[in-house]
Design a protein around this ligand. Structure first.
Ligand code: PFF
Length: 448
C-alpha cells in the first residue's frame, strides 16, 4: 500500500479531534472519578497530571512518529521501520481486540441506562440498594446487556464502514463538541448544588498524606488507558495525519483535552455525590448506581440523567471507533481483505468476545481464568500486561532503535519546525519512561 492510496485527515483540527475522540472515553468519565475518589482526590489528580505530562506525552509523540513515518497499520508500521519490532504491532492489535471485548459491554450498559432515563424507568427507584439491585439484575440478565452491546457494536461498525474521512473524521467533528457542551452544562449544574463547594474541595485540594506507592502506579495506569497509548491506536491514527501536522502540538492538545474532560467529569460528579451525602469512594458502580440515585432527587431528573448517559454513550463511541479501526485497517492492509470485509470480520469477532464477556457476569460466571471471570480477565490482561509491555518497548524502539533521522524528520516536519526540547524529550523517552514502566510492570506482577 503506498502513501497516495491512503486516506488522510483534513486539517490540524481534525487530527486533534480524532485522536482526542479516542482518548476521551469511559476512562475519563466512568473510571477517573472513582479512581480519584478511592485515592485521595486532589493529591491523586496532581500525580495523575504529572504522569500525563512526563510519561504520557512523550510516548504519544513517539507513537505518532511511528504511525506517520510509515503510513501503515500498527503491524505494518513497525515492520516497515524495523521488521524485528513488528511484535509491537501485533501486541497492539491483540490489545485492541481484548479491550473491545469488555469496553463494548460497558458501552452497552451506558446505552441501556440512557434508554432507561428517557423512558423514566430509572426514576422509579429511590434507595441506593434499589439501584444496586437493578444494576446487578441487569448485568446478570442473559440477553438484555447483549442486546445493547450489539446495538453499540453495530453503531461502531457503521461509522467504520463509512471510512476514515466520512466516518471517523466527521463523527469526531460532531461528537467531540457535543461532548464538551454536555459536560460543561452538567459540571455547572453540579457546582450550583447545595454541597457543590465541599465536593469541589475534596476533588481539587491535594491531601498528600493519602499518597502511597500504589497511588502513583494507579495514576500511571489510568493515564495510559485514558490517553489510549500502548495499544497501536495512536500509531494507526497518525498514519492518516498530513505531512504538515505538527506532532508535538497535536499530542499536547490531545493530552490537554483528555485531562480537561477527566477534571470536568470530577467537577460534575463530586459536588453531586457530596450533596447527596454519599461516600465519594463508592467504586466502579459510581456512575451506574450512585449517580442515578442522585439524579432522582433532583428537579428535572429525567432530563439530567438522559443527558448524562448520552454523554457517556458519545464518549464511549468515539473510543470504540478508534479500537475497531486498529483491527480493521490491520486486516485490510496485511490480510488484503476489502475494507468492508475487514470491518465485518472485526465486528463479528469483537461481538462474539463481548457476548462471552457479558455472559461471564451472569450465566457463565463459573468459567474462570486464574480465578477471574472473562470480563475481569480481559480488563486485567490488557491494563496490567499488554499496555505497559507495549509502552515499555515503544520507548525502547523509538528512543534507541529507530534511526534518529526518522524521528527528527517526523518531529520537525522534514526540518520545517524547530525542535528545542530535543534533550528533554530524549531523556524522558530513553530513560525515565522505560524505567518507570518497568517498575509498574514488575509491581503489577507482584514482584515488590
Ligand atoms: N482512552 C479510552 C478511554 O479513556 O476510555 C479507552 C481506550 C480507547 C483505550 C482506545 C485504548 C484505546 F486504544
Amino acid at each position: 500500500m503506498n502513501r497516495t492510496q491512503r486516506a488522510t485527515l483534513g486539517g490540524k483540527l481534525s487530527a486533534v479531534l480524532v485522536a482526542a475522540g479516542s482518548s476521551v472515553g469511559l476512562g475519563n468519565i466512568w473510571r477517573f472519578p472513582y479512581v480519584a475518589g478511592n485515592n485521595g482526590g486532589g493529591a491523586f489528580l496532581a500525580i495523575y497530571i504529572l504522569c500525563v505530562l512526563v510519561l504520557g506525552l512523550p510516548l504519544m509523540i513517539a507513537e505518532f512518529t511511528v504511525g506517520r513515518a510509515s503510513h501503515r497499520n500498527a503491524v505494518g508500521a513497525y515492520r516497515a521501520l524495523d521488521n524485528k519490532w513488528s511484535f509491537l504491532g501485533y501486541n497492539g492489535v491483540l490489545a485492541a481486540f481484548l479491550i473491545l471485548g469488555f469496553y463494548f459491554v460497558v458501552s452497552g450498559w451506558t446505552a441501556e441506562y440512557m434508554v432507561h432515563s428517557v423512558t423514566a424507568e430509572l426514576a422509579q427507584y429511590t434507595t441506593a440498594e434499589e439501584y444496586a439491585g437493578m444494576f446487578e439484575r441487569f448485568i446478570r440478565n442473559p440477553w438484555r446487556p447483549l442486546l445493547y452491546t450489539s446495538v453499540f457494536v453495530l453503531a461502531t461498525h457503521f461509522v467504520i464502514a463509512l471510512g476514515v474521512q466520512k466516518g471517523i473524521e466527521r463523527s469526531a467533528k460532531v461528537l467531540m463538541p457535543l461532548l464538551f457542551i454536555i459536560l460543561i452544562a452538567l459540571a455547572i449544574h453540579s457546582l450550583l448544588m447545595p454541597s457543590g463547594a465541599e465536593g469541589l474541595k475534596f476533588f481539587l485540594l491535594p491531601d498528600f498524606s493519602k499518597v502511597t506507592a500504589a497511588t502513583v502506579l494507579t495514576a500511571l495506569g489510568q493515564a495510559f488507558f485514558s490517553l489510549s497509548i500502548g495499544i497501536g491506536t495512536m500509531v494507526t491514527y497518525a498514519s492518516y495525519f498530513k505531512p504538515e501536522t505538527n506532532l508535538r502540538h497535536t499530542a499536547l492538545n490531545v493530552t490537554i483535552l483528555d485531562t480537561l474532560v477527566a477534571v470536568l467529569a470530577g467537577i460534575m460528579i463530586f459536588p453531586a455525590v457530596f450533596s447527596a451525602g454519599i461516600e465519594p469512594s463508592s467504586g466502579p458502580s459510581l456512575v451506574f448506581i450512585t449517580l442515578p440515585g442522585i439524579f432522582n432527587g433532583m428537579p428535572l431528573s429525567m432530563v439530567w440523567s438522559s443527558v448524562f448517559f448520552l454523554l457517556l454513550v458519545v464518549a464511549a463511541l468515539t473510543s470504540t471507533i478508534s479500537l475497531h479501526e486498529v483491527i480493521t485497517v490491520y486486516l485490510h492492509e496485511e490480510w488484503h481483505l476489502s475494507r468492508r470485509g475487514a470491518a465485518w470480520t472485526t465486528t463479528g469477532g469483537t461481538l462474539a468476545l463481548a457476548a462471552l464477556a457479558s455472559l461471564s457476569l451472569g450465566i457463565l460466571d463459573g468459567w474462570r481464568i486464574c480465578g477471574l471471570n472473562l470480563f475481569d480477565s480481559l480488563d486485567y490482561v490488557t491494563a496490567n500486561i499488554l499496555l505497559p509491555v507495549d509502552g515499555f518497548f515503544t520507548c525502547i524502539f523509538v528512543g534507541w532503535r529507530l534511526d534518529p533521522k526518522v524521528l527528527e524528520a517526523e518531529i520537525t516536519n522534514q526540518g520545517r519546525l524547530n525542535f528545542r526540547i530535543r534533550r528533554i524529550f530524549a531523556v524522558l523517552l530513553r530513560y525515565l519512561c522505560p524505567a518507570v514502566l518497568l517498575l509498574v510492570f514488575l509491581d503489577n506482577l507482584g514482584v515488590f
